[in-house]
Write a protein that binds this ligand. Sequence first.
Ligand code: BJ8
Length: 425
Amino acid sequence: MTTSAHQKMWEELNLDIPAHDGLLAVLGKFYNDIYLSQSGRLKGMEYLDFVLSEVHGLRIKELQDAKAAGRKIIGTFCVFVPEELTLAAGAVHVGLCSGAEVGSDKAEQLVPRNTCALIKSFIGFKLARLCPFTESCDLVIGETTCDGKKKAYEAFADHVNMEVLEVPQRKTASDRALWKSEVIRYKAVLEELTGNTITEEKLQAAIKLVNEKRRALQRLNRLRHADPAPISGRDALLINQVSMYDDPVRFTQSINTLCDQIEERIAAGEGVVPAGTPRLLLSGCPMAVPNWKLPFIVESSGAVIVGEESCIGSRNTRDLVSEEATSMDAMIDALVDRYLQIDCACFTPNDERQDNLKTMVNDLKADGVLHYSLMFCQPYEHEALKTEKTMHQEQVPVLSISTDYSMEDVEQLKTRIEAFIEMVS
Ligand code: BJ8
């Protein structure tokens, strides 16, 4: 991670420079140990390494340049916020990562201690002045998914300019009507903020652009059906994480190039691990940058991760927006329907998640499922029990893990995961 070249920009963003330098140094070391130490990586991963090395550098410079050119930056925490509308309004859409423990002590001034690590992380990053993405945002969009987030946004709104979208908790006709009204409201919010009208042409182009990004990630996921696994779960997770904040056109091109290389590798019968290596599906809460703890433990314990049933994974890429619609109303309907297919644990009932999990286990030829919940995440901790039941019925081994961003439980997790891998082997 570069530290000096962008110092002035970080000062202008009012970051806490010494603390930020310390954060980059730790992240650089962490990345080196977890990512660059892997063998047999594809050439195309160099792009991802570069993007990650410049995550607080060149990407932030691009955001500043976009702002100087009159574009607005929209920060989000959830895959429910329609990126298509953001792009159609000429704004930049970035995910605010929230995958590190840093700043959690400060966050506890605003939210209870028993709040999940992801929420504490985004509040901590802001209060500790450590995230140049958050500081670059003109508007942050929250959503009423879990109780933890929606209450945290009340306190967070004192520190950032924010709007909260109401996401229903069920999927009945009246819930759909509510969600449609929120999508229309988001469109109006964007138009007012940017001063741009979202035309049918612009929205149609944005739908295609975001679909192309999702198609590239779907292609990557399909290639992971191969045995031996052609790419590590760590690298696949990184790709999904970078998809949240990189330029969508550049990202899509790079992932398609990477997929070309993966196809060559599969044709040659090669992989990152030997054929027959235990294959695990990771399922549960999103893993934001730099939350790489669990994949690293799994893949340094003799297994390979072949899929992520998560919002930083297939939950965000599985469904496309229909491209048939051309009128504004029909495109809004297409967006509403696509986003309501998201099987977040915040919904009740949420049986489609269990169905999607079974499909993934079969397609990926997974030997077992690792269900991952962040501690104090009620929705996913509840669904861990449901997932265990489904997998037992399917006779698929499952292990539920509840953890946070600290490193204190690494040895304990390693012991449990090693025993699980031995069992599925
Ligand atoms: S659509 S998964 S991105 S809400 S881990 S903050 S649920 S207490 S992140 Fe999510 Fe949107 Fe759903 Fe996806 Fe709450 Fe749980 Fe914390 Fe969570």
